[in-house]
Design a protein around this ligand. Structure first.
Ligand code: ZN
Length: 122
């Protein structure tokens, strides 16, 4: 949700991945929501549209310093981001899921990554 975070993340993704567009889905404290909230159906619905209609092939979960929606320390953010990546992977096993941490200088680093797995062939 935090506007301070979105531009650095979008820039970083475009510099590091061959993507044309990035769909942004926001919640206050998304890392905590995806890691700990029982009902995440609204977020999953948004991701489904991005994946099915816009053909997104990579998903990024971003957690950041000074997050007012999830005011915990960095270590806890890292746990939430890692948990969020695992949870999304269970919904989109064939997609690459990357967890990002944005520090107090708005620098982006990968802290958790699940590669795309090939679709099952029968
Ligand atoms: Zn935030």
């Amino acid at each position: 949700m935090d506007g301070r975070v979105q531009l650095p993340v979008l820039q970083w993704i475009k510099e590091n991945y061959a993507v044309d567009f990035v769909d942004v889905i926001t919640e206050a404290g998304m890392d905590n929501v995806l890691s700990n909230q029982a009902d995440i159906s609204e977020v999953l619905r948004s991701i489904s549209i991005s994946v099915n209609v816009n053909k997104s092939c990579k998903l990024f979960v971003a957690g950041h310093y000074d997050c007012r929606g999830n005011p915990v320390d960095e270590e806890m953010h890292r746990q939430h981001i890692t948990g969020a990546v695992k949870r999304l992977k269970s919904h989109w096993p064939t997609h690459e899921i990357v967890g990002l941490w944005i520090n107090k200088d708005w620098k982006v680093t990968i802290i958790s990554s699940q590669p795309a797995s090939p679709p099952k062939t029968t």
